[in-house]
Design a protein around this ligand. Structure first.
Ligand SMILES: [Zn+2]
Length: 365
């Protein structure tokens, strides 16, 4: 509620039932409420729990899962807190049983939303320099038949956050139109989308994505130029009400999100040149299908009277985004030269596909 010195607007948290009663009463006409508010303002400490599972070969490099603790609901965010705990305990078990050994460090953070991840990436510049990936777990266990919105991967800023069209949709949370210089080209989006779509197929589970919107623990990472995404569900009709209870949580969803997140993390933590090459190949496939989809959307746009120059701008933006993303795969191991040829090949392919598309669009005009 923004400060309004004239109307003196104010807000209180209300139970779901009280809100429904109030709405019903408002429908009948003018309603007067008598509200007694007891409030307490006091200095408090900001506390974060950090769990590190040290990598065996590159301990300074790390992947960070964060779950915010300050929301009191079951889905928002006991699911994120609980899932992170389960992932940490499982990893400890696998290490004890010698089934898995992370080469890079796996870190879990439990703290105040945005404040704790912000502090984590700021208070130690050397530690921050080696954070490779940040993943936020926020509302990750929804029973979507009751709550509404499907599972979502909120992508790092890509051109869909500038030109949101076709299958790309913002959530009810909403996002503001971004600029080209705010883009964060990286393999992380498509790598995770691929892993989650595979699980979606196996488990008959709906996995969607949304263009960057912000508002959770992934933001401080991105501000620091650390690749970061958000795993979440939206919208949830019980979100931020006292009806966000355990009966709105699905064990199956938690299992799907947790298993896939852990598999993806283990892959990144132990990535070597073989993994880097497979990530690059997957990224190339994603780039080709993205360009074809944007080609389709551009033809529709031109038919609807949109300008050709905008369409060329969009195709070029996607081409650039993917070409830069390809180069980020070389950061997965020390000898960059091994993958440089493959990166160049992928870049050339995307270059030629996008020029064909642009020529076709010019013909249409
Ligand atoms: Zn939340």
């Amino acid at each position: 509620i923004p400060l309004d010195t004239v109307n003196k607007s104010w807000a209180i948290a209300m139970s779901f039932a009280a809100k429904e009663r109030l709405k019903a009463s408002l429908e009948k006409g003018k309603t007067t409420l008598k509200v007694r508010v007891k409030t307490n303002i006091y200095p408090s400490e900001e506390l974060t729990i950090v769990a590190d599972i040290k990598g065996s070969e590159m301990p300074e490099e790390r992947l960070v899962f964060s779950a915010h603790i300050q929301e009191p609901g079951a889905n928002d965010n006991a699911t994120g807190v609980g899932l992170a705990l389960e992932m940490a305990s499982l990893t400890a078990k696998f290490i004890k049983q010698q089934q898995y050994e992370p080469k890079r460090t796996l870190t879990f953070l439990w703290g105040d939303e945005i404040i704790s991840t912000q502090r984590y990436v700021q208070e130690d510049s050397i530690r921050a320099k080696y954070i490779r990936w940040g993943i936020s777990l926020d509302m990750v266990g929804e029973d979507t038949e009751k709550t509404g919105g499907t599972f979502l991967i909120e992508k790092m800023p890509d051109p869909s956050a500038i030109w949101t069209r076709g299958n790309d949709k913002h959530t009810e949370w909403g996002g503001s139109k971004m600029k080209l210089e705010q883009m964060k080209p990286h393999y992380l989006n498509d790598f995770l989308i691929d892993k989650f779509k595979q699980q979606g197929k196996r488990a008959n589970w709906i996995v969607s994505t949304n263009p960057f919107e912000g508002g959770s623990d992934h933001v401080p990472f991105l501000r620091q130029n650390i690749p970061s995404v958000l795993f979440w569900h939206f919208t949830d009709q019980f979100y931020h009400t006292d009806n966000d209870r355990i009966d709105k949580v699905s064990k199956t969803t938690l299992k799907n999100v947790g298993t896939t997140a852990l598999i993806a993390a283990y892959t990144l933590l132990n990535a070597d040149k073989k993994v880097a090459k497979s990530i690059l190949l997957n990224l190339e496939t994603a780039a080709v299908s993205r360009l074809n989809e944007e080609f389709k959307q551009s033809k529709i746009a031109i038919n609807n009277g949109d300008s050709l120059s905008t369409q060329i701008e969009i195709i070029t933006a996607w081409k650039d985004w993917y070409q830069k993303s390809f180069t980020t795969t070389s950061g997965l191991f020390s000898d960059e030269k091994v993958i440089n040829n493959d990166i160049e090949k992928s870049q050339k392919l995307i270059d030629s596909i996008s020029s064909v598309i642009i020529k076709e669009l010019q013909k249409k005009n």
